[in-house]
Design a protein around this ligand. Structure first.
Ligand code: NAP
Length: 480
C-alpha cells in the first residue's frame, strides 16, 4: 500500500512534491497550507515591481516548462499564475487544505507514524511528513526601539498594504536588499519624499531584462528545442560564470568590475557612489540584479540615509546624532527569519527529540533533507540548499526525486532514519566545501545564523547537488 504523506506548505516545494506523487499514482497525500492560497513566497510578495532574478526559462519545473513567458525575468503575477496552472493541470487541488496551519508533528513510536496536528485542533496520522515551508516564509521585523510609538502606517515588504496609497507621502524604507531594490524605483516617482535607510550597501549588477516579442514567444512555443537550448544556456551560464564568483574563482574579478561599472554609469555623485560601494567581496551577501535601483536613489526626492537608526518616533525615524527624519509611512524591507527553518512548528522525533533543540547551534540535515531521530521526515529547500547563483526549483526537484526514491524503501523496510555517522560525515564535507566560499567572509547576511555559521547555502555547483542526491543510499539509513 502506498504511504500516506503530509506535505507542509503549498509553495514551489510542496506543490512539486504533490505533483510528483500524483504523477506516480500516489494519491494518499495532503498538502497543508496556512494561507488561503497556494504560491508561498510568490503569493506573499506582491510589492510593486516584485519579480524573480532567475531568468524565466529556467524558473519553471522541468516537467512543465512554460514556453510563453512574456519577459526574460518573470514578474510575480506571472509566476503565481504558473503555479496555479500547475496545481490545476496535475490535479493536486483536491489534496490541498488551505487556511490550515500545522502546529506540530510528533513521531509516534508505537505505530511508527507521524501525528500531525493543525491549529484547528485536527489530528491525523501519516507515514511520511515532507516540509515545504522553505526559507523565506516568515517576515522579519527589526527590533528598533520605539517601533510601537509610530503614528503613521507601517508594513513589511512581504505584507504590502495595497490599500495604502503612497502618492504624495513621506515614506521611509528600512533595508536595501533584493526586495527594496525592486520596489523603491516604483514608489519613488509617486512619493513626495523617500528616505532609504541603508545599513550595508549591496553589490548590484545589471539585469538583462526585456519583453519577449510575439515572434520570440511563438518560436519558443513551436520549436521546443529552442526553449530547451535557452534553458540549458542559462543554466550553464550561472553554473560556470556566476558560481565561480562565490568561490573566489575566475569570474570574480570580471563580475566585480561589472558591478563597479554599473555603479559608475548610474550614479554620478561621488559622495553617493561612495555610500553605495560595498566593503566586502561580491557574493558574500545576495547580489542584487537590477537596473532601476541606483537611478531611483539619484532622484531629487530620494535620500540615501546611512546614519544608523537609533529609534522610531511617532512621526519618523531618529538617527545617530539626534536627527529626526519625518515619515508618515515606514516600509520594512528587512528580510525574513531565514535561519529558524520550520519554526514555529513543533517537531518531535524519536525518543522525544525536539528538532529545534537539536538545531539550537544551527540547522543541519543530511543533503538538507533528512535528520537522525526524525524517521520519514524529509525537508525541501532545507538547511544548506539555498543557492546564490541558480534556480531553487532545480534544487527542489532534486530533493523531490530523492524523496520519491525513499518511498519504496520505507514502504518495504519500515521507517528510515539517517544514521548519525552519515550525518557527521555530511557535516564535515559541508564544512570543508564551505571554507572556500565567499559567504565565510566578514559580512552579515541572511545565509548565516547568529553564531556566524552558514546554515542556508549550498557551497558547490547546483549540478553537484543533483548528482549526489540522485537516489537514497540504503547504507546511509537505519530502517524499521
Ligand atoms: P534581505 O536581503 O535580507 O535584506 C534585508 C535588508 O534589511 C538589508 O538591507 C538589511 O541590512 C536591512 N535591515 C535588517 N534589519 C535592519 C535594521 N535593524 N536596521 C537597518 N536595516 C536593517 O531581504 P530581502 O530584500 O527581502 O531579500 C531576501 C531574499 O529574498 C533575497 O536575498 C533573495 O534571495 C530573495 N528575493 C529575491 C528577489 C528576486 O528574485 N529578485 C526579490 C526579493 C527577494 P544589512 O544588509 O545591513 O543586514
Amino acid at each position: 500500500m502506498a504511504p500516506t504523506v503530509a506535505i507542509i506548505g503549498a509553495g514551489f516545494g510542496g506543490l512539486c512534491m504533490g505533483i510528483r506523487l500524483q504523477m506516480a499514482g500516489i494519491t494518499s497525500y495532503t498538502i497543508y497550507e496556512k494561507a488561503g492560497g497556494i504560491g508561498g513566497t510568490w503569493r506573499d510578495n506582491t510589492y510593486p515591481g516584485a519579480a524573480c532574478d532567475v531568468p524565466s526559462h529556467l524558473y519553471s519545473f522541468s516537467f512543465e516548462q512554460r514556453r510563453d513567458w512574456t519577459r526574460r525575468y518573470p514578474a510575480q503575477p506571472e509566476i503565481l499564475a504558473y503555479l496555479e496552472h500547475c496545481a490545476d493541470k496535475y490535479g493536486v487541488r483536491p489534496h490541498l487544505r488551505l487556511n490550515t496551519e500545522v502546529t506540530s508533528a510528533v513521531f509516534d513510536e508505537a505505530v511508527n507514524r507521524w501525528r500531525v496536528t493543525t491549529a484547528d485542533g485536527d489530528e491525523r496520522l501519516f507515514d511520511v511528513v515532507v516540509s515545504g515551508v522553505g526559507q523565506l516564509n516568515r517576515p522579519r521585523l527589526p527590533d528598533i526601539p520605539g517601533m510601537s510609538s509610530f503614528e503613521g502606517t507601517s508594513f513589511h515588504s512581504a505584507r504590502w498594504e495595497h490599500g495604502h496609497d503612497l502618492t504624495g507621502r513621506r515614506v521611509a524604507v528600512i533595508g536595501n536588499g533584493s526586495s527594496a531594490a525592486q520596489f523603491i524605483p516604483r514608489i519613488a516617482p509617486i512619493a513626495d519624499h523617500l528616505d532609504v535607510f541603508q545599513r550595508t550597501p549591496n553589490w548590484v549588477i545589471p539585469k538583462v531584462d526585456g519583453e519577449y516579442g510575439p515572434r520570440e514567444r511563438l518560436a519558443f512555443q513551436y520549436v521546443p528545442l529552442l526553449q530547451a537550448a535557452n534553458r540549458e544556456r542559462i543554466f550553464q551560464f550561472v553554473e560556470n560564470v556566476i558560481y565561480p564568483v562565490l568561490v573566489d574563482g575566475w569570474s570574480k574579478r570580471l563580475v566585480t568590475n561589472r558591478a563597479q561599472e554599473h555603479l559608475k554609469q548610474q550614479v554620478q555623485d561621488p559622495a553617493l557612489r561612495a555610500k553605495l560601494t560595498p566593503a566586502y567581496p561580491i557574493g558574500c551577501k545576495r547580489i542584487v540584479i537590477d537596473n532601476d535601483f541606483y537611478p531611483a536613489l539619484t532622484r531629487p526626492n530620494v535620500d540615501l540615509v546611512t546614519d544608523p537608526i537609533t529609534r522610531i518616533v511617532p512621526h519618523g525615524i531618529e538617527t545617530a546624532g539626534g536627527t529626526v527624519r519625518e515619515a508618515d509611512t515606514i516600509i520594512f524591507a528587512t528580510g525574513f527569519r531565514t535561519t529558524d527553518f520550520l519554526a514555529p512548528i513543533e517537531i518531535v522525533g524519536r525518543q522525544g527529540h525536539l528538532l529545534h533543540e537539536r538545531w539550537k547551534d544551527g540547522a543541519e540535515a543530511y543533503l538538507g533533507i533528512a535528520m537522525p531521530y526524525f524517521p520519514n521526515l524529509f525537508l525541501l529547500y532545507g538547511p544548506n540548499t539555498n543557492l546564490g547563483h541558480n534556480s531553487i526549483i532545480y534544487m527542489i526537484e532534486s530533493q523531490v526525486r530523492y524523496i520519491m526514491g525513499c518511498l519504496p524503501l520505507l514502504s518495504a523496510h519500515g521507517p528510515m532514519e539517517v544514521r548519525q555517522a552519515t550525518m557527521d560525515a555530511w557535516r564535515r564535507a559541508l564544512d570543508r566545501a564551505m571554507a572556500g566560499t565567499v559567504w565565510e567572509a566578514s559580512c552579515h547576511s541572511w545565509y548565516k545564523n547568529a553564531a556566524g555559521r552558514v546554515t542556508n547555502n549550498w557551497p558547490r555547483p547546483a549540478a553537484v547537488y543533483r548528482r549526489i542526491s540522485r537516489a537514497p543510499r540504503r547504507e546511509a539509513y537505519d530502517f524499521g
